[in-house]
Design a protein around this ligand. Sequence first.
Ligand code: THG
Length: 285
Amino acid sequence: METILKSTKKSVVISPEKPTVLIGERINPTGKKRLAAALVAGNLDIVRQEAEAQVEAGADVLDVNVGAASVDEVDMLPKAVRLVMETVDVPVCIDSADVDALQAALAVHRELAPEGKPLINSVNGEEARLEQVLPLVAEYKTAVIGLTMDDEGIPDTSEKRLAVARKIVERAEGLGIPREDVVIDCLALTVGADSQAGVVSLGAMRMVREELGVNLTVGASNISFGLPDREVINWAFLAMAIQNGLNCPIVDAAKVRPAILAADLVMGRDDYAMRYIKAYKKRTK
Ligand code: THG
């Protein structure tokens, strides 16, 4: 099961047989006042800096999200995607709740990388969203993240999240979108509010991976929201999620890459610990 993303110069293969792919989360104004203010002012300098810093920190793909109050995403998302594509070589993950913004960004992506293949973030099990986003995925031949939530919200059991994932995969295949181009997000909610949030998410990952065979992402840092020393919780969750089939988390690469390399090593995906040691040497230099 290979999901292949492409920029102009680079292909990234997401596969259970390969090392974990890191999708860098930092081009996102959520919780970042300085970036939000800059986006409102139309200033994209921080986007350029974050793109460079994340690739330097080991991000394999960059999520691009400009959603904030009073940002015109239809205007800004294509500009941010263009800037990221002109700044770094890695494939992009185009993240918006606004379908018109997704379409505008996809048009720019096609212009700059006619042979490229971005990841769209995201569709979910809501009828309206399936009807709006999947045709874009088919038209632009992209890959897409499917969130395991629907018109009723986020299901509170693993089985119900699996059912939403099954529906998204079936609807995608019905439009001729190959299953390998659907990456499922079983969703992490904070364990600070619900002690079962981690177990439900991890269980859904195992079931989706076993039944549907698709690749898996998750916005990993949500697991620790509101708690102290968040990184420790994120590391534990990521290691367990990787064992349950997670293979392309959305993360802050600078903060979690060592933990992910350690998990890949323990999972037998790093011969002679070459990747782990190389990253350690770079980090301590
Ligand atoms: N699933 C999918 N896509 C997603 C998410 C998901 N995209 C958005 C989000 N969730 C993942 N991205 C982020 C980006 C930033 C933060 C968390 C998740 C974040 N920001 C800090 C804060 O809020 O405190 C600011 C951190 C800083 O400045 O260092 O935490 O779940 N498919």
